[in-house]
Write a protein that binds this ligand. Structure first.
Ligand code: ZN
Length: 244
């Protein structure tokens, strides 16, 4: 059976989008570009870049307006903010290129970032979120060799799954190595396919023990900081009530 690979590229549009598109066109490979609203507003030629993404058969997905962890996950109304930013981004896309998306990627991934509110609100919304099961860590490594090494060891670690969702970013090292990375996945029996928006893509992340411990600590810290904020708010409310 053919193994499927979905290529996803986050954090654009950027100065590298055009170069990435050139490579994908040559290789005849479809991708999902998860774009950030503030980058659309910042980039002078974002309209033509976004139109080019669409006209060359790729998909645009939502990746928030701000990409700000504090707003999207740590604030008291983070779930509302999260959904609000996705809706705002859709409005922006509609204005700029007349396109709306129903798929999103949570900045930094949903795993260990989403609270219960994020899951419940998303379930009621028209959005579907897509994580990844292979992180190229191109955001961490600057050399093509290091990224290649990471890809190979990750693929082995997660056991060559039948469905691969690969995470890349719009970075110079990714532009430089993309052709080579694509060749590698093909050599491992993967077929690059396009995602269709009514497809339910199930992505199971395989976390290492160290990662799990790291995130567990984070969750405990966030939880405590939330409680402290709530407590302060309640005390503040009580004090002002007493003063009335
Ligand atoms: Zn991102």
């Amino acid at each position: 059976m053919d193994k499927k690979a979905y290529l996803t590229i986050d954090d654009g549009p950027s100065a590298y989008t055009g170069k990435l598109l050139d490579i994908l066109k040559k290789e005849k490979i479809p991708a999902i570009f998860f774009v950030v609203g503030k980058n659309i507003l910042k980039l002078p030629n974002s309209k033509s870049i976004l139109l080019r993404i669409l006209s060359e058969g790729h998909i645009i997905g939502l990746h928030s307006m701000t990409h700000n962890k504090e707003i999207l996950y740590y604030s008291l109304n983070s779930a509302e903010s999260f959904l609000h930013e996705m809706n705002e981004l859709n409005k922006l896309l509609k204005n700029v290129v007349g396109y709306e998306s129903s798929i999103l990627r949570a900045p930094h991934g949903s795993f260990y970032n989403f609270r219960l509110g994020h899951y419940t609100k998303l379930k009621k919304s028209r959005f579907q979120y897509i994580d990844w099961n292979l992180d190229s860590r191109d955001w961490f490594f600057e050399s093509v060799d290091d990224i290649q090494q990471q890809i190979q060891s990750e693929l082995q670690r997660i056991g060559n799954p039948a469905e691969l969702v690969i995470l890349f970013h719009e970075l110079p090292q990714t532009v430089k190595g993309l052709r080579q990375f694509i060749d590698y996945f093909k050599s491992q029996g993967y077929n690059f396919v396009q995602y269709s928006e009514n497809e339910k893509l199930v992505v199971k992340q395989v976390k290492s023990r160290n990662e799990k411990i790291h995130y567990l600590k984070l969750i405990i810290r966030w939880h405590i900081s939330d409680k402290v904020k709530l407590f302060k708010m309640n005390v503040g409310g009580l004090v002002s009530w007493l003063r009335k």
